[in-house]
Ligand binder design. Structure first.
Ligand code: PGA
Length: 245
C-alpha cells in the first residue's frame, strides 16, 4: 500500500487527479469507479480543469459509481446520480451510455444488484476505483460489520453515517435509511484503489486503515490486502499515523 501525506486538501486532490488522469491517458477506454461525498469534490474540479484546458478525454471511459440511496430518483438533488452529473459528468465529455449507477428506485433490488455486478464484469472490471472513507471506517456504504467478501447489495445506514450526511439535506429526517452499495469484495476486485481522506475527523479511521489489524469493524482496513492500493491524505487526516511514509 502506498501512502502519500500531502500538505492540505488541495494538494491531496491534485495528486489524486494526476493518478486518475494517468489512467485515462494510458487507457482511453478504461473503467473508472467514482465516489461521492465532500472529499472528491476538488479532485473532480481538477479533472474538469484538465478536460477543459488539457484536453483530457473521457469519451470512451466507462464509469461505475459506488452507491446510491434507496428511494431517491436520479433527478433528486441529494441522489448520487444528481451529485455526479452536477459536480463532474456534465462538465466533461463522458458518454451517457457508458455511465452506471445503482438504481435507487429499482423494484427488485436483489436482481438489480446482480445486474450491476454483471455490468462491471462485462466492462472488464474496474481499472481504478476512487474511494472516500467514513469516520467510522466505512468504504462506500459498507458500514462496520460488513462482510469483507460482500458484493453489491442493500445496506442499512448507521446512525452516525446518517448524521454525517444530514448536512446535504434540508431536514435530517429526510436522509434515507438504506442504500445500494458495491460490496467490499466488489471494491477489492478493482485493479487499483485510490483512497482519499482529508481532515482530523478521518485521522482515526486512516490510522486503522494503514496500520491497524484488518477487521470488519473498520471495513477500510481490507485495502491492506489489495495489491495496488494508494492512500492519499492531508496532514490533518494523517495526524494519528505512527509509521514513517
Ligand atoms: P465525505 O464522505 O467525503 O463526505 O467525508 C466519505 C464517506 O462517508 O465515505
Amino acid at each position: 500500500m502506498l501512502v502519500y501525506i500531502k500538505e492540505n486538501y488541495e494538494e491531496m486532490s491534485k495528486e489524486a487527479a494526476r493518478i486518475v488522469a494517468e489512467l485515462v491517458r494510458s487507457k482511453p477506454s478504461g473503467v473508472l469507479g467514482f465516489a461521492t461525498g465532500g472529499t472528491p469534490l476538488e479532485l473532480y474540479k481538477e479533472l474538469i480543469r484538465m478536460h477543459q484546458h488539457e484536453g483530457l478525454d473521457f469519451s470512451n471511459i466507462t464509469t461505475f459509481n459506488l452507491d446510491e440511496y434507496v428511494g431517491l430518483p436520479p433527478e433528486h438533488p441529494q441522489s448520487y446520480h444528481y451529485f455526479m452529473w452536477e459536480n463532474l459528468f456534465k462538465h466533461i465529455n463522458v458518454d451517457r451510455r457508458f455511465v452506471h449507477f445503482p438504481k435507487g428506485m429499482a423494484q427488485d433490488i436483489e436482481a438489480h444488484c446482480e445486474w450491476y455486478e454483471k455490468q462491471i464484469e462485462k466492462a472488464g472490471g474496474i481499472d481504478l476505483q476512487i474511494l472516500g472513507i467514513g469516520a467510522n471506517g466505512h468504504i462506500a456504504f459498507n458500514e462496520p460489520g460488513s462482510s469483507l467478501g460482500s458484493r453489491t447489495r442493500i445496506k442499512t445506514l448507521t446512525g452516525t453515517t446518517r448524521e454525517a450526511n444530514a448536512r446535504f439535506f434540508d431536514d435530517p429526517s429526510q436522509v434515507p435509511k438504506y442504500a445500494i452499495t458495491m460490496g467490499v469484495g466488489t471494491i477489492m476486485d478493482a485493479k487499483k484503489l485510490l483512497l482519499l481522506a482529508s481532515g482530523e475527523s478521518k485521522a482515526e479511521a486512516i490510522a486503522a486503515t494503514c496500520e491497524g489489524p484488518i477487521t470488519a469493524k473498520c471495513p477500510a482496513t481490507i485495502v491492506q490486502m489489495h495489491r495496488h492500493a494508494t492512500v492519499i491524505v492531508d496532514q490533518a487526516a494523517a495526524a494519528k499515523l505512527t509509521m514513517k511514509y
